[in-house]
Design a binder for this molecule. Structure first.
Ligand SMILES: *Cc1c(COP(=O)(O)O)cnc(C)c1O
Length: 393
């Protein structure tokens, strides 16, 4: 080959690279196993024979880990039972009592609950910074106890971005680890490890799975010592991903670049349309020209995904709920990244943040699925009429 294969090719080629003597299916076997039988007693402790117990994962889990490692640009990757566990495992594994974690006040809600509850009870403190902050100001917050910086950019619900490369370089110079939740970037639109982040995590639940039918997370670290510590924590705590779920996630990864390109193109079309409507005050979607942090997105990202926030113009919670209830093509449900469009009302979640978000109206979140974007726009048009009739702008 005269050129290195592109991402699309790399995500597919592991299917044909697995060695085989005779004929075999394209895809890895789904081996459901706790116990693995050995031919002789001596074989039971022979590391050359591979895993000794199902907990370590078998062919399909290993093939998925290799594909995620390709995606993340790492030598290895770990898979975990949910996206949330992919965030909490490094926070738990890489801190000790007395340490402090610095995180954005707009971090994913369950992540904040873990920091404020479970970790705080075990002597690890969290301190929040404003979601939109200059790298120098963020690095100034690092104190003697700061051990780890948790990055989420774009942040949950309000999509604020930070300059990840500058923050990661500054943190490293101060001996502080960086962990980035890159679920919005899906491991593909943004490359945390290439931007100097120590540990990249994402919810495979979202775009890798792509069909709203499984929960899974992924963790990747460039440094072998960090990678080994994360692997040891996963093994010691006994975390495991079932082979059927690993099979589905691996299948999803093969088409991730194609689906994500469609989600991104449709979302941009919908975002442009929404931004021109009098019923909207702001569309929180960094790929949209003129949206907050658009320049940073254009510099650092290879594309956009399907997830955006929409701040409605005036109106009350009741009008926003009427809008959502009138939608016909958008399901009302949490999570995102599947083929279907979804909508949620987010103002109540904002109220639980450490730093209140200052928005001029109710906030809804849209996930733009793989339907025809013109159909989605038509649905939103009738829903905005319902919003107006219910007392919205
Ligand atoms: C959804 C999500 C998670 C958690 O993923 P689950 O698989 O649902 O546990 C973590 N971080 C972000 C930013 C998310 O959007």
């Amino acid at each position: 080959m005269t050129r290195p294969p592109s991402e699309r090719t790399r995500l597919i080629r592991s299917a044909t690279r697995r060695p085989h003597e005779g004929r075999r299916p394209v895809n890895p076997p789904v081996e459901r196993a706790s116990t693995l039988l050995n031919p002789r007693t001596a074989a039971m402790t022979d590391p050359a024979l591979g895993p000794v117990y199902g907990l370590e994962g078998l062919t399909v889990q290993h093939e998925l880990r290799a594909a995620v490692a390709e995606l993340e640009g790492a030598a290895n990757a770990w898979i975990t039972p949910s996206g949330l566990s992919a965030v909490t495992i490094p926070l738990l594994a890489l801190t000790r009592p007395g340490d402090e974690i610095l995180a954005t006040g707009a971090a994913y809600g369950p992540t904040r609950e873990f920091l404020e509850g479970f970790l705080a009870e075990r002597g690890v403190k969290v301190r929040y910074h404003p979601p939109r902050i200059e790298p120098a100001d963020l690095l100034d917050l690092i104190g003697p106890a700061t051990r780890l910086l948790l990055i989420e950019s774009p942040a949950s619900l309000t999509f604020e971005m930070i300059d990840v490369a500058a923050v990661a370089a500054g943190a490293r110079a101060r001996g502080v680890l960086t962990v980035m939740d890159n679920t919005w970037g899906a491991g593909l639109l943004f490359r945390p490890l290439a931007h100097g982040v120590d540990v990249s995590v994402q919810a495979l639940t979202k775009y890798a799975a792509g069909h709203s039918d499984l929960l899974m997370g992924a963790i990747a670290a460039a440094d072998p010592e960090l990678d080994a510590r994360l692997g040891a924590a996963i093994a010691l705590m006994g975390w495991h991903v079932a082979p059927d779920d690993a099979y589905l996630a691996l299948r999803g990864l093969r088409t991730l670049p194609l689906r994500l390109a469609e989600h991104g193109a449709s979302a941009l079309k919908v975002a442009r349309w929404l931004a021109d409507r009098p019923e909207t005050a702001q569309v929180l979607y960094p790929p949209l020209p003129g949206a907050p942090d658009h320049e940073m997105w254009a510099r650092d990202y290879a594309g956009g995904c399907g997830l955006m926030g929409v701040v409605l113009n005036g109106g009350h919670a009741r009008a926003a709920r009427a809008l959502l209830d009138s939608l016909q093509l958008f399901g009302l449900g949490f999570s995102w990244g599947g083929y279907e469009s979804l909508a949620t009302f987010e103002t109540p979640q904002l109220g639980r943040r450490p730093v209140p978000a200052d928005l001029p109206g109710p906030l809804i979140r849209l996930h733009i699925g793989l339907e025809d974007p013109d159909d989605l726009i038509a649905d939103l048009e009738q829903a905005l009429a319902v919003f107006r009739a219910a007392g919205g702008e």
